[in-house]
Structure formats: structure tokens, C-alpha cells
Ligand binder design. Structure first.
Ligand code: AHR
Length: 507
């Protein structure tokens, strides 16, 4: 029996809804045939955006969407994506360059903002910090945010159909600048960040700037970046920083099997690597605090998910670049990742799963008239209850699973969990990492009592290799059951390889 102690009085902090964010890059089938089908398409759409995806995405409260990249952002000229669509240039896209495709720029700033409005999400724009000038990027902010009738750029926005400013608050300055974003040293990047930050203050002192963090958990980048960043304070100049971006992919180069075929040990290996996000978050946070004690710089995990890298860097037949199928394995991985963010919501202020559709760890697969929600979509649907909730500390006493892969023995805990309370409702989300064993889990409440009936939502399938596809779009969907509890104990059964939400009134 697993026991989880939940203490109503032991609070971590409020869960920022932006932890439930998304990422849309001009890559493969994410934008074109993903979110966008075009205004003249026979596919049902709203102003060119795939209607089914818009409606389903809105239903899970997407909070924030990062765009236009990724690496794409570092070669993007925002001026290519404004003005009459038929006059927009066709350009080379970083990600299409080897596949004989080009960037049509039919989705640009105005369209992306429209998409965010349709699904009720905040836009988060990634600025090119590598192949354009600081002034051009500052101008993008001016174009988006200056009030109507003020500057020439604001009037150009008005002429292009949007009189009112977009009031975009999140601006990421660069992407992976240690690699695809210019192969910079941390010192070089910090110098550029400082220039962007200070110059852009003239177009919005209240904007929330996000700096590029390290490749994986490499301490040198963060240490050297912050050594240089904090020099500013000695000369009394501050280039503001709201967040520091981390990317964490569970990369599968073959050791974890393939998308649809894997052994139990390969399943556990994926979970083990997924759980390493937790020490990664802690150590990056500690490094920032060591460099700048008391600084209120949040961590932004603006790319995360399972990436089956063994598929290579060209599209597989019939698929888009980086398009992946998924099963309950991706769902359980998504659940444990979101549990980590909830449990560290005093450090993590935003996270964006990569990427929304037809790509790495996607919530949708779409082609022509087909659009299907993946298993991970339903995890986000179940977890949305945590948004704005007060995250509670949990103590999990569960068995470990020991496994051997490529001659090495490892272990993972069998249960991952997070809990939050909001408006008198306790939400506990659990993932059972065991592929072959249901688990009895006792939820021991301290500092309050269960107050009657609630519900339990279960995402599972007869095989953990099941997922949703165009042929079987609803093979794996959540099932809801009533639960009731009084006093301080509740025992529930968590099926093997499943994700579960328990929702109960507490007093
Ligand atoms: O998500 C795909 C790519 O992965 C992004 O463009 C880049 O930031 C990362 O390396």
C-alpha cells in the first residue's frame, strides 16, 4: 500500500497557470496543416485556424503559447509576417531547408495573436537575438504594443488591421544561444541580453523579459551568464529579467525503444530520465540564488517533452518533421513532469510543452480533415484544475521499481504525485509508473477533513502501448467515477500505467 500525506497547512505557493503553457514553432506540420489550414480551406476553420483544434485547446485552458520558435525565431524577420498576405515574401525556413519546403509567412504576428485570442491564451514571443539588430527587435515590441495613433509603427499595425495594441507582456530574448541561436559564449549572450533589455525599456518598462538558459544542466553557462549579468548592478544599470529559460527534453536515441514498441525496462528508463527534471530545476534555481541572493527570477521551462530523436532530422514517410505517435507512456511522462512543476511552483513560473501539434510531445495530430487529441491532451485536461491552486507539500511513501537496462540497474518510484487546494476543493494528481501493477493508495489528509463526495478521473487503457490515432481517435480517454470520503483517510486504486485525478471537497 502506498501512503501519501497531504498537509493543508504546508503550502508551497500558488501554481502559476502558465505552467500549463504550449509551444508553436514554424516547423514541420505545427503551423501549416497543424493550427492553420487557411481562410479558403474546406477543413472547418475559424479565420483560417483549424476549428476542432481551437475548440479542444480552449477547453483545456492553455494559459500561454510561445511562438514563433525555437530555432526558427533566430532567423525570423517579423516584418515578413505582416501586411497583405499575398505580398508577404516566401523565405527559407531553418527547419524546412533540407526538405524542399519554404516558409510562406501566411501566419505572422497578427494571425498568431488572433489564435491566442481564439483559445484564450497569453502570447509569449521569442525575439531573434542572433541574425537581426537590437533595434529591429525593439521595433517589433513597439509595433505590437504602442497605443493606436502614436508612432509610425503603431499606425502601420493599425493599417494592417489591428488598431488596438496587442499588449504582449512576455518576450524571450533569444533561443538556445549556446547552439542554434548563434553558438555564443555565456558572456557574449549576456552582453546581447543586456543591450536588448536596457534598450527595450523605452517601449515598455513593464514587459517581462526572459533570458536564455543552459543546454541541459550545464552549470558553466548559468554561472558565467549571471557573473556577467550582475556586473550591471555595480554601475547602477538594470536590464530587467522576469524569467530564465530552461529546455528539458527526454531524448530517446534508441535506448527507450521506439514510439510504439518498447520493453518494460525501456518504459522505466523514460520515466527515470523524466524525473531528472526535478534536480535540474533545483540546481539551476540554486545557482541563480547563489549568484544573486534574493533575486525574483522565475524558471521558465519553455521546451519540455519526450523527443524520439532516433527518428532523425528528416520527416519519416507520411509524417511531418519530428512528428511522433504517442501512447500511455507519453501521458504518464507528461503527468510526472506537471507534478514536478506543481511541486516546484515557487521556482517555476511557466512551462511550455513542445510542441502543440504534429511534432515532438504533441497534444494533437492533424492532417487535412483529421484531427485527434493524444493521450497527453487528456492529461492537460485533467490537470487544469491546478491552475491558480495553492500547491501543497506531499510525502509519498511508495515502493521503488528496480530495472536493468544495457547492463545497468536503476530504480524509479512507483508513484508520482502533486496536490493543490482552491475554493475548498482538494485536487490530487497521481501517475502510476508501474506497467504491471495496480496500486492501492491511501491519501492521508492533515489539517482538515474530507467533506463528502467528489470524483476520480482515470486515464488508462488495457495496454500501456495504446494511444489515439486517426483510425482510433478515442481509444484512450479519461473515465470519471464518483468517490466519497469523510474524516481524514481515503483509499483509491490507481490502475497500472495510469494517470489519475482525485477531486474532493475539504473543510
Ligand atoms: O522544439 C524543436 C527545437 O528544439 C527548437 O527549435 C529548439 O529550441 C530545440 O532545440
Amino acid at each position: 500500500m502506498t501512503t501519501i500525506d497531504i498537509r493543508l497547512g504546508d503550502q508551497i505557493g500558488l501554481i502559476n497557470p502558465d505552467i500549463y503553457g504550449h509551444f508553436v514553432e514554424h516547423l514541420g506540420g505545427v503551423v501549416y496543416d497543424g493550427i492553420w489550414v487557411g481562410e479558403n480551406s474546406e477543413v472547418p476553420h475559424i479565420q483560417g485556424f483549424r476549428q476542432e483544434l481551437v475548440e479542444k485547446l480552449k477547453a483545456i485552458q492553455p494559459s500561454v503559447i510561445r511562438w514563433p520558435g525555437g530555432c526558427f525565431a533566430e532567423t525570423y524577420n517579423w516584418r515578413d509576417g505582416i501586411g497583405p498576405k499575398e505580398q508577404r515574401p516566401t523565405t527559407v525556413n531553418w527547419w524546412y531547408m533540407n526538405d524542399g519546403k519554404f516558409e510562406s509567412n501566411q501566419v505572422g504576428t497578427h494571425e498568431f495573436i488572433e489564435f491566442c485570442r481564439l483559445v484564450n491564451a497569453e502570447p509569449y514571443l521569442a525575439v531573434n537575438a542572433t541574425t537581426t539588430t537590437v533595434l529591429e527587435s525593439r521595433n517589433w515590441i513597439e509595433y505590437c504594443n504602442m497605443p493606436r495613433g502614436t508612432t509610425t509603427l503603431a499606425m502601420e499595425r493599425e493599417k494592417n488591421g489591428s488598431p488596438e495594441p496587442f499588449n504582449i507582456k512576455y518576450w524571450g530574448l533569444g533561443n538556445e544561444n549556446w547552439g542554434g541561436g548563434g553558438c555564443m559564449t555565456p558572456e557574449d549572450y549576456c552582453h546581447i541580453y543586456r543591450k536588448y533589455g536596457i534598450i527595450s525599456k523605452s517601449v515598455g518598462p513593464e514587459l517581462q523579459y526572459i533570458a536564455c538558459g543552459p543546454y541541459e544542466n550545464i552549470p558553466e553557462w548559468t554561472e558565467k551568464f549571471f557573473d556577467k549579468y550582475k556586473e550591471m548592478y555595480t554601475v547602477g544599470r538594470v536590464s530587467p529579467m522576469f524569467g530564465y529559460s530552461l529546455h528539458y527534453y527526454v531524448t530517446n536515441t534508441g535506448k527507450m525503444g521506439s514510439e510504439l514498441e518498447y520493453t518494460d525496462a525501456q518504459w522505466y528508463e523514460m520515466m527515470r530520465v523524466g524525473l531528472e527534471m526535478e534536480p535540474f530545476i533545483q540546481s539551476q534555481f540554486d545557482m541563480i540564488q547563489a549568484a544573486m541572493p534574493g533575486a525574483s527570477i522565475g524558471l521558465i521551462v519553455d521546451e519540455w517533452g519526450v523527443w524520439h530523436l532516433q527518428n532523425g532530422r528528416h520527416p519519416l514517410p507520411g509524417k511531418y518533421l519530428f512528428e511522433q505517435s504517442s501512447t500511455m507512456r507519453e501521458a504518464v511522462l507528461a503527468a510526472l513532469s506537471l507534478n514536478i512543476f506543481n511541486n516546484h511552483c515557487d521556482k517555476v513560473v511557466m512551462a511550455n510543452v513542445a510542441q502543440l501539434v504534429n511534432c515532438i510531445h504533441s497534444l494533437f495530430l492533424a492532417k487535412g480533415n483529421n484531427c485527434v487529441a493524444t493521450t497527453s491532451y487528456y492529461v492537460f485536461d485533467m490537470y487544469k484544475i491546478h491552475q491558480h491552486g495553492m500547491s501543497l507539500k506531499t510525502a509519498v511513501d511508495c515502493s521503488d521499481i528496480i530495472y536493468t537496462i544495457e547492463g545497468e540497474t536503476h530504480y524509479v518510484p512507483s508513484i508520482s504525485c502533486s496536490a493543490s487546494v482552491k475554493d475548498g476543493i482538494l485536487a490530487v494528481t497521481l501517475a502510476n509508473l508501474a506497467v504491471d501493477e495496480d496500486q492501492e493508495v491511501k491519501l492521508d489528509l492533515h489539517g482538515g477533513e474530507y467533506a463528502g463526495t467528489g470524483s476520480m478521473v482515470v486515464l488508462s487503457s488495457s495496454s500501456h502501448k495504446d494511444g489515439n490515432s486517426f483510425d482510433e481517435p478515442y481509444k484512450v480517454t479519461p473515465m470519471e467515477h464518483p468517490v466519497s470520503a469523510a474524516g481524514s483517510e481515503l483509499t483509491v486504486t490507481i490502475p497500472k500505467a495510469s494517470v489519475v485525478l482525485v477531486r474532493l471537497d475539504v473543510s
